[in-house]
Write a protein that binds this ligand. Sequence first.
Ligand code: HEM
Ligand code: NAG
Ligand code: NAG
Ligand code: NAG
Ligand code: NAG
Length: 256
Amino acid sequence: MKAAITSILPLIITPAFAGFHDWKPPGKNDVRAPCPMLNTLANHGFLPHHGKHLTRQQVIDGLYNGLNINKTTGDTLFNFALMASPEPNATTVSLDDLGRHNILEHDASLSRTDAYFGDVLKFNKTVFAETKQHWGHGKILDVAAAARARLGRIITSKATNPEYTMSELGDAFTYGESVAYIMVLGDINTGKAKRRWVEYWFENERLPTHLGWKKPSQAITAEHLDIYMERIRNITLTLPGGTDPVKRRAASHFGW
Ligand code: HEM
Ligand SMILES: *[C@@H]1O[C@H](CO)[C@@H](O)[C@H](O)[C@H]1NC(C)=O
Ligand SMILES: *[C@@H]1O[C@H](CO)[C@@H](O)[C@H](O)[C@H]1NC(C)=O
Ligand SMILES: *[C@@H]1O[C@H](CO)[C@@H](O)[C@H](O)[C@H]1NC(C)=O
Ligand SMILES: *[C@@H]1O[C@H](CO)[C@@H](O)[C@H](O)[C@H]1NC(C)=O
């Protein structure tokens, strides 16, 4: 009896591995996304490690438990994720679905090559080296650095990819993603992020807790994202080549 209890106890206390100090790279039957953060959450077990058929509740909880993203905001983000599912009227989505080109996945990513050139699901060292170059030499990344990297990658893709495309939704996502890493890896009040943490996260798809990163103490909401997206768009308009011929607020796509 005693043996039975002690052998089952660890299963009750830790039903599945999940946490900042638990991290496991994907195995060969696990699927991953073009999104470094969803991959990170799956690697830590905040999302199912296999990455398949994620439910609304799993995604809302994963974003909340891992990153303190407001649950209403998580719900909205899940609606976008569902668009990428190949099944009609899908209620779940797998991480690799998110790589379907020109639904949410777009050209000119910061750490992935364009679909025309190769695998959009995997981190690409060459592409990320370009992103780092656009960031400059500072040890702190701010929205201006994020704006330079975003626009720099777009200019490169336009010049090199004969099939370059960018939908309005894709464009809105590029703004959102570029501020997301500042907001989540950095300090949402100052708009600054330690470059070392951001680089470590992109390169390893692992939260940089051992470097000092902590889950944001203040919940991240759609309102924050809205303000940050407006800020990066404003800065982009001041950069060479950063004109925005379609005058619109990128955030309007998100309906908030
Ligand atoms: C349910 C929530 C989310 C969904 C559905 C989602 C979806 C995606 C997709 C489809 C991409 C690929 C776009 C592309 O580069 O082609 C992407 C990229 C990205 N995501 Fe997420 N994402 C989510 C949450 C987050 C969060 C919370 C962060 C916070 C840091 C984040 C940060 C990023 C970044 C920085 C990229 C750009 C990667 C790159 O350009 O190489 N995402 N996301
Ligand atoms: C999430 O943010 C919304 C506003 O966008 C707010 O009404 C709601 O109370 C927040 N939810 C939580 C759980 O903090
Ligand atoms: C999907 O939902 C729509 C609207 O509710 C419905 O008309 C359609 O039959 C559904 N399709 C499938 C394959 O379930
Ligand atoms: C990485 O990106 C570069 C530049 O876009 C591309 O030439 C190369 O084929 C990519 N590598 C893979 C493995 O997709
Ligand atoms: C963006 O620029 C507009 C026009 O100059 C300004 O009204 C707005 O406050 C700016 N937004 C942010 C978030 O900086």
